[in-house]
Design a protein around this ligand. Structure first.
Ligand code: NAD
Ligand code: UDP
Ligand code: UDP
Length: 314
């Protein structure tokens, strides 16, 4: 009963988390429906005596014996979560109920991967956990934002009604190796465009901001959140250094050593204008803050995509 379940374990963040848990000597069950995840992300773990892979969709009930659950199952990139919006909502609602039902039965602790998107297009800046958000419930991002808001509400209600131990982290934009090169997120787009010598696509005027956290830092935050008993959260996890998309484009061009031009395309509907976490709580409760600079993180990510392109071209 000392097993850890990682739902969405074959995805970008989930696969890094599985690696860290295996390194720590844990028994890891990775459960994934492979909607946006890939076998490539976890291929190196297959055959490990403490690693088990289950293909399953959390929207359907499932029965396992575990002591901890990291609930990461949910497509994260706008392109992926808008592909089948109703399915995205079901994953964060019905799927979350199943995860919490399992936790209740096993008395397992649940860390839920929420998102900065619960703040919508924020009019409080930087975002603190007390801010309720500015979300369009009918817009194209709502299947994700509102789904994640329902999921947080389910967590807190299972905690209050059934004493399920919960931990909620609100993740801000995170990047690194194993991000799907075709998922449409800005860092994967920019790096792959630069590597192919294509123009970098700036949506809108490029003045909108995001704060980018390197994956290793984020996973450290997950582990610290799970291992403490002082707070259920929500706690923001992200990098408090904010960059405009134009600044990011320049940083990527430098990292790839590319002379690609910039082209401007329309800004997607409801695209938040600014996003930056206030991480006072993460510092206080978890003694956590990001340590990897954008330059360092981009270099590692560029190397990953370069290798991937070479493998795919042979
Ligand atoms: P990802 O798309 O790489 O990983 C999600 C994984 O969940 C995939 O392996 C996918 O196949 C799986 N999945 C999706 N629906 C499922 C279902 N119904 N049943 C079982 N598996 C399912 O995305 P990621 O970047 O690794 O994100 C992981 C989690 O972190 C998500 O919940 C996401 O919302 C959250 N998050 C990520 C970021 C980020 O910047 N990467 C930011 C905020 C929140
Ligand atoms: N559930 C699950 N695995 C378990 C326990 C429960 O998938 O190990 C599902 C179960 O099918 C139910 C949901 O989780 O639909 C919620 O469970 P809960 O016990 O909260 O609700 P109830 O069964 O009382 O409706
Ligand atoms: N973006 C961009 N070019 C791209 C992809 C995205 O300028 O090729 C912008 C997008 O409009 C948004 C920001 O980059 O303002 C971050 O987008 P992403 O999809 O990575 O994450 P999210 O919008 O969910 O924060």
């Amino acid at each position: 009963m000392n097993s850890v379940l990682v739902t969405g374990g074959a995805g970008f963040l989930g696969s890094h988390l599985c690696d860290r848990l295996i390194e720590q000597g844990r028994e890891v069950i990775c459960l994934d429906n492979f909607f946006t995840g890939s076998k490539r992300n976890i291929a190196h773990l297959i055959g490990h005596p403490r690693f088990e892979l289950i293909r399953h969709d959390i929207v359907h009930p499932f029965y396992l014996e575990v002591s901890e659950i990291y609930n990461l199952a949910c497509p994260a990139s706008p392109v992926a979560y808008q592909y089948n919006p109703i399915k995205t909502i079901k994953t964060s609602s019905v799927g979350m109920v199943n995860v919490l039902g399992l936790a209740k039965r096993c008395r397992a602790k649940v860390l839920h991967a929420s998102t900065s998107e619960v703040y919508g297009d924020p009019d409080v800046h930087p975002q603190v956990e007390e801010y309720w958000g500015n979300v369009n419930p009918l817009g194209p991002r709502s299947c994700y934002d509102e789904g994640k808001r329902i999921a947080e509400s389910l967590c807190i209600n299972y905690h209050q009604a059934h004493q399920v131990p919960i931990r909620i982290v609100r993740i801000f934009n995170t990047y690194g190796p194993r991000m799907d090169p075709n998922d449409g997120r800005v860092i994967s787009n920019f790096i792959n465009q630069a590597l192919r010598g294509e123009p970098l696509t700036i949506y809108g005027d490029g003045q909108q901001t995001r704060s980018f956290c390197y994956v290793d830092d984020l996973i450290e935050g997950f582990l610290k959140m799970m291992d403490q008993d002082e707070t259920t959260g929500p706690i923001n996890l992200g990098n408090p250094i904010e960059n405009s998309m134009l600044e990011l484009a320049q940083a990527v061009l430098k990292s790839v050593n590319s002379g690609s031009e910039l082209v401007y395309e329309p800004l997607p509907t409801d695209d938040p204008k600014q996003r930056c976490p206030d991480i006072t709580k993460a510092r206080k409760f978890l003694d956590w803050e990001p340590g990897v600079s954008l330059q360092e993180g981009l270099a590692k990510t560029v190397e990953y995509y370069r290798n991937l392109m070479q493998q795919e071209s042979v």
